[in-house]
Structure formats: C-alpha cells, structure tokens
Design a protein around this ligand. Structure first.
Ligand code: PMP
Length: 428
C-alpha cells in the first residue's frame, strides 16, 4: 500500500500542530504507526490522499450513521449555505431542531444547542451545580465526556477519595470535586451516595460506555443510578454524545427505559458538522441564561448550516426500521468476527448495542472497565494494522467503540470478515 502522500503530510503536520493533529487519538499513538490523511469519503468508505480506500467503522467517531457524504445531508447543507453561513441572530432552523429533539426525546422539554460534545457536557454539569447549589460531581472510570477540566480526573487510591487530575492544567482543587466510580458496580454507587450523596450536584455517565471499548450497562444498573440520584437530590446526566440517536432513535433513555434529568448530545445531531446540545426538564433548563442566572453562550451556536445537516440526518434515521437494520448489520459483523477468531484459535469476544460495538482480545465476556483494561491491547494493535493493510479502518485504539452505518452493506461486511480471517491468522 503506497502511503507516501500521507507520510509527507504527517511529517509537515508534526512541525505545525501538536503531534501533527487537531485531536489526539487521530495520531495513532495508541496503535503505533502513522495516520493516513483522508481526501474524501463516500458511503462506507474513506479514501486517503494516496488513493487507498478503506471500509470505515469509525464514521468520524459516530456522526456518519447514514454513511459519508449522504446526498440528502449534502443537499441540505448546500441549500442552507446559499443563504449565509452564520447570522449571530436567532434563525428558524434552531426552532425546528429544538422541536425535533423534543419530539424524539420527550424529557428534553428545552434544549440549548452548542458546538461540540465537550461544550454540552461541561454546560450540563454547570446546570447541575447551578440548580442544586452543590459542587461535587460523579463520573465513571473509562467514561469520556470531552476535555472539560472536571472530567479529566481519575479515581484516587481509595474508593471514596478525592479525584486526581489526569492532565496538567487541571487544578487539584477542582479535581477534588470529581468523584469517580467503577461502571456497572452497584454497591460502589450505593456506598458513595450513602457517604456523601447530599453533596453531589450530578452524576454523569455514558449509559453505554463507548470510550472504554464498548460496555453495556448490566440489567438494572441505570435504574439503580436513577434511584440513587432521586433519593439524594442529585441530577442524573446521561452523556448521549455517542449513544444518542444511535442505540435507538430515542437514545439510551428509550432503549433502557430510564429517564435522566439532563441529556447531552453531539455527533449524529450535527450530521457531521460541529454540533452538540444539552437538554432536560423545563425546571432545570429555564435556569440557563438569559431566562435564568446560569451562564452559557456561543457565538456560532445554532448555526443554520449545522442545523440543516443535523435535521437532514434526523429525517433519514427516523424512517421506521432504520435502527433495527443497523443493529442487524452490527450482529452480522460481530458474529462473523467472532467466528473468524475462533477458527484461527484467537481468544476474542465482542459487545454490541444497536449500531455500536466493541472488540475484545479476551477469553471472557467483558462489561467492566477493569476487564476492558485487562484485554490484550498489544494484540488489538497488531490486529488494527493487519486490518488497515487489508483496507478496513477500525478505531485506532483498543478503547474505542466501533460504529456501523446504514451505508455498510452485506458486501462490505463480508469483505471485513474476510479481512479479519486473514488478520486473525496473522496474529498466531
Ligand atoms: N461525550 C462522549 C460520550 C464522547 O464520546 C465525546 C467525544 N468522543 C465527547 C463527550 C466529547 O465530544 P467532542 O469531541 O465533540 O467535544
């Protein structure tokens, strides 16, 4: 595979940008080697600057649920852009978008559009702190909520100790306010709330973890967290930046039948444009500026072109049967990968929830962060490169979920499984 064009760009980029990229995971640090530079994308495929084509299971990290460059989304963008790119005033598409979100996610009685998932989550915890008058927040090991200061925190040495910053630049005094729990551990959550539940402003969780590979909630776990938050007057925040509109049209709340107090969105809601949103009950959201005192703003928020792209995307995925179809494709792929691994004698298992999936080099089923970390990541890295050489692009980290799109057909899935058969054999 000739990648000289990408290599030349990466050499130049490393001199111009930190690590040569504008978002760290793109640099392939985790899997080793060098990233490819994409020139264009269409349907299930990416094409790099050297003309190599890859079946893409990253989908811009989630937004491209109908495949790349979908004609309806593209047309909506072109039509809207003709009228101007940004006004800095209210525009009608923001109202349509808010109405659409509320129709799909009924407890989002009010929403605020922002420009990224990070903005959505850091605004949501500000609301939680603002309405409760409390300072502490709870997050889960292995969950990622963007790069806001309060989220770049890992657990201290004991279960109930103060958080430790995971990045220089995050003040220790702020990290102290973030408490960290083990995902899917019922008792740890109960114990934490019993010890300091009345100081907790909000608990934020990826209802299906997509940033520690893919970890579904154990039966009743989200309900358990709902009950703890309700009992102690803390807000339950579902970070649905990945799961929103993907694990079901109504997101994880609909799939698992649990209502959060605040919900954050990103990715699909922008159809590939830089968009995020947060929403919830009127009681909380009406306290956001300018109707309330909790400040949050954005010059480009509610951008008309981004709204048009997101609305076109939401139209496409609202067609009855859409989610059943991508879920069936995800099963087809994961069953094929598991069978290929088994035939090659490689310990491997998957998790799937709707249109997202995880791959684990492990002999056992994996549904906790501890188990995900214990998987053979060196083997994943080899597998990643073996697949890339065969024209299949998986997320360049053992700790990221994979994403299926409606543009992936049986042909692409069969080609992926055939590549995996060879790739697994090459690992022996
Ligand atoms: N929350 C979750 C669950 C995410 O997966 C991400 C990004 N991968 C974010 C928040 C942050 O979103 P963004 O990168 O758009 O800031």
């Amino acid at each position: 595979m000739d990648t000289r064009g990408s290599q030349a760009l990466f050499a130049k980029a490393q001199d111009l940008m930190p690590g040569g990229v504008n978002s760290p995971v793109r640099a392939f640090k985790s899997v080793g080697g060098e990233p490819f530079f994409v020139a264009k994308a269409d349907g299930a495929y990416l094409e790099d600057v050297d003309g190599n084509r890859y079946i893409d299971y990253v989908g811009s990290w989630g937004p491209m649920i109908v495949g790349h460059n979908h004609p309806a989304v593209l047309q909506a963008v072109i039509d809207t852009a003709r009228n101007g790119l940004s006004f800095g005033t209210p525009n009608p598409l923001e109202v349509v978008m808010a109405e659409r979100i509320r129709a799909l996610i009924p407890n989002c009685e009010m929403v605020r559009m922002v420009n990224s998932g990070t903005e959505a989550t850091l605004s949501a915890i500000r609301v939680a702190r603002g309405v409760t008058g409390r300072s502490r927040i709870v997050k889960f090991e292995g969950c990622y909520h963007g790069h806001g200061d309060s989220f770049l925190v890992k657990a201290g040495s004991g279960a109930l100790t103060f958080g430790v910053p995971t990045s220089p630049g995050v003040p220790k005094s702020l990290a102290d306010l973030t408490l960290t729990l083990a995902y899917n551990d019922f008792d740890a959550a109960t114990a934490l709330f019993e010890s300091c539940g009345d100081d907790i402003a909000g608990l934020i969780i990826e209802p299906v973890v997509g940033n520690a590979n893919c970890l579904p909630p154990r039966p009743g776990y989200l309900q358990h967290l709902r009950a703890l938050c309700s009992k102690h007057g803390a807000l339950l925040i579902f970070d649905e930046v990945m799961t929103g509109f993907r694990v079901a049209l109504g997101g994880a709340q609909a799939r698992y039948g649990v209502e959060a107090d605040l919900v954050t969105f990103g990715k699909i809601i922008g159809g590939g444009m830089p968009v995020g949103a947060y929403g919830g009950r009127r009681e909380w959201m009406s306290q956001v500026a300018p109707s309330g005192p909790i400040y949050q703003a954005g010059t480009l928020s509610g951008n008309p072109v981004a709204m048009a792209a997101g609305l076109a995307m939401l139209d496409l995925i609202s067609v009855p049967g859409f989610h059943e179809q991508i879920e069936a494709k995800t099963h087809l792929l994961c069953d094929g990968l598991e069978a290929a691994a088994q035939d090659a004698g490689i310990a491997f298992t998957t998790q799937r929830v709707g249109g997202m999936f995880g791959m684990f080099f492990s002999e056992h089923a994996v549904d906790t962060f501890e188990q995900a970390v214990a998987c053979d990541t060196a083997r994943f890295n080899q597998f990643f490169h073996a697949m890339l050489e065969r024209g299949v692009y998986l997320a360049p980290s053992a700790f990221e979920a994979g994403f299926m799109s409606s543009a992936h057909g049986e042909k692409e899935i069969a080609a992926t499984v055939a590549a995996a058969r060879e790739a697994f054999k090459s690992l022996r």
